[in-house]
Design a protein around this ligand. Structure first.
Ligand code: CP
Ligand code: NVA
Length: 319
């Protein structure tokens, strides 16, 4: 398809800062209005390719099913089976795939590879997780938070690594006006440049960002407690990283500091017994499987916004 407007790439969730509330509302409407979403086919005739350099359950299945629901054809390309990274460069791969496909999702090790693929492709590119950002996760997470907003009477807290998931949660959270308090071990703080971007957004929306090394401080009176695995994919070689998280487990004692009706969130997969106990992840406060479901609805909204801006414009006033 050809674009009259500049093609839209999603590398980090603040790329769509201005339209994020609408993207999330659209996702909620798609989820709730079954009659409409069953007949809404903005990707008819389109093929969306998904490249995976790392394993995935949620991202892969939610993109494949979501593209199908929107009338498109998903094509999964596992890194071991294609030339990328072996005998072909990222930029040549991008140029070739742009001749066949209508959009690409890319899960990669190096964020700079996602940026290179996007700048070399003539079709929209979605970062489906890099070492720096996980924007699709943040879109789904803010969708769940928006759905539960009536019960959210405290800030969003994070306990764990200063990683890709925190980066986009922070950017998306403050974009929607939520205060965010994060606790990371010393030396595991989020990327400074990303914090700078989040602070700039927070200034516009009036949200507050607090950094600490103390998990109790972060979760005290929180409306949301979010954690993730301590050692991300591709970091397994970092010696002793796991040991730095002593005291960072989200367990019943830690969550007793939050609001009674706090929401427990985790992007999954969870390492039960490490960053979170069964008692917390299986509690009534846990919404981790809603997050997983919303990956699909949020990505369907993003795919429409990015791959068929004409349909997006035509339907945006529907709700
Ligand atoms: N949360 C998430 O991205 O899960 P997968 O690694 O299974 O895709
Ligand atoms: N921080 C984790 C998220 C997995 C969905 C990782 O990058 O491995």
């Amino acid at each position: 398809m050809s674009y009259d407007i500049e093609k839209r790439d999603l590398m980090a969730i603040d790329d769509f800062q201005e339209d994020l509330p609408e993207i999330i509302n659209w996702a909620i409407n798609l989820k709730n209005d079954e009659d409409f979403s069953d007949s809404f086919k903005p990707l008819e005739g389109m093929t969306i390719g998904s490249i995976y350099e790392k394993p995935s359950t949620r991202t892969r299945v939610s993109f494949e099913v979501g593209v199908n629901k929107l009338g498109g054809q998903p094509l999964t390309l596992l890194a071991n089976d294609i030339q990328l990274g072996k005998s072909e460069s990222v930029s040549d791969t991008a140029a070739v795939l742009s001749r066949y496909l209508d959009g690409i999702t890319y899960r990669c090790f190096k964020h700079s590879d996602a940026q290179l693929l996007a700048s070399s492709a003539t079709i929209p590119v979605i970062n489906a997780l890099s070492d720096m950002h996980h924007p699709c996760q943040a879109a789904a997470d803010l969708m769940v938070i928006t759905e539960n907003k009536k019960d959210l009477n405290g800030h969003i807290s994070w306990v764990g690594d200063g990683n890709n998931v925190l980066h986009d949660l922070l950017l998306a959270g403050v974009s929607l006006g939520h205060d965010v308090k994060y606790a990371t071990p010393e030396g595991m703080e989020p990327n400074r440049e990303v914090i700078g971007r989040a602070e700039k957004i927070a200034k516009q929306t009036g949200a507050e960002i607090t950094a600490t090394n103390d998990p109790v401080e972060a979760v005290s009176d929180a409306g949301v407690i979010y954690t993730d695995i301590f050692v991300s994919m591709g970091e397994e070689h970092i010696k002793d990283k796991f040991a730095a998280f002593d005291g960072f487990q989200v367990n019943e004692e830690l969550v007793s500091n939050a609001k009674d009706n706090y929401l427990f969130m985790h992007c999954l997969p969870a390492h039960r017994g490490e960053e979170v106990t069964d008692a917390v992840i299986d509690s009534k406060n846990s919404i981790v499987f809603d997050q997983a479901e919303n990956r699909m609805w949020a990505q369907m909204s993003l795919l429409t916004y990015m791959c068929n801006p004409i349909a997006w414009e035509a339907y945006r006033d529907l709700y």
